[in-house]
Design a protein. Structure first.
Length: 292
């Protein structure tokens, strides 16, 4: 999946279909999801197909999922949306319950087709991590850190990750909260202490070691590196090259964040850039590069 799907404006709406089993609560951008059960070319067709759904004595609610960036010709006005909800509700065998239903169903029109399926809303768990006991202004935002962790480890099973320049632990907190097996490391004792405190504050468990990446002996499936650039962990071009070269030594894949162009350094380290994008925080921009 291209990086703009994680950082671009099109990622802020609902997901209708996905080629993977998407864990909605991992995403900091996707608000809601429909797991499609039925589809049709017309609204009347999807209403008719809803009659095949038999819930017995269980309760349900139907929600029309509005998609804001559709072409004008595909937009459905409020009154029609409400009427379609009611019509589908009449067709489903079961008992409607608007307050505490056993099942939530979503209906949406997109790309000239109508879809009906199980509805899920993102609980936005990552927003609890925005305020940390220890933080500094130039750290990645919780939203960007969560997106980067998703890019680095789209599926957690059997994957071991490392953040060898973890700073205050923004990426570690997001990755650990998603069940990713990740180790942290930094050569600055102040930020290592801060990272450990932040992890513990949110009830998470993770190892954060003190020392440079050069001291790392273990091997990992992926490394996530927000290149040092601020007053606390400033690095020279030579030190940056060493970080990237050692990342190649210990990891098969690299997701690297940098405020400066480092493409030549990445190639010199032996990585191939597979994808890239720009993440902005106010007027501050970072390069996000996926390398193998």
């Amino acid at each position: 999946m291209e990086l703009r799907a994680f950082f671009g404006p099109n990622a802020k709406g609902p997901i209708i279909k996905s080629e993977v089993d998407l864990d909605l609560n991992r995403s900091p951008f996707i608000r809601e999801k429909i797991d499609v059960l039925l589809d049709s070319e017309t609204a009347s067709g999807i209403i008719k197909k809803a009659g095949s759904m038999n819930l017995g004595e269980e309760t349900f609610k139907v929600i029309f999922v509005k998609i804001n960036d559709l072409p004008l010709r595909e937009k459905v006005e409020y009154a029609e949306r409400m009427e379609i909800e009611r019509a589908i509700g009449w067709e489903i065998t079961g008992e409607a319950d608007l307050k505490n239903p056993d099942h939530l169903f979503g209906v949406a029109a997109c790309g000239g087709r109508w879809y009906l399926g199980r509805y899920q809303k993102n609980q936005r768990l990552w927003t609890k991590h925005i305020k940390k006991p220890r933080e500094y202004s130039t750290a990645l935002s919780a939203r960007d850190a969560r997106a980067i962790a998703n890019i680095a480890v789209p599926s957690v099973a059997g994957i071991k990750a490392i953040d060898p320049c973890c700073g205050i632990g923004t990426v570690l907190v997001e990755a650990l909260s998603m069940g990713i097996h990740i180790d942290g490391r930094d050569m600055n004792p102040l930020v290592v202490d801060g990272s450990r405190e932040n992890i513990a504050y949110f009830g998470l468990e993770g190892d954060v070691a003190l020392g440079p990446i050069e001291d790392t002996k273990a091997h990992y499936d992926v490394a996530i590196i927000d290149m040092p650039y601020n007053l606390y962990t400033h690095s020279t071009p030579m030190e940056q090259q060493s970080i990237l070269t050692n990342a190649r030594r210990i990891a098969k894949k690299l997701v690297v964040v940098s405020v400066d162009p480092i493409e030549e350094m990445i190639r010199e380290a032996g990585f191939i850039i597979q994808d890239r994008c720009i993440a902005k925080k106010g007027t501050f921009s970072r390069r996000i590069l996926v390398c193998t």
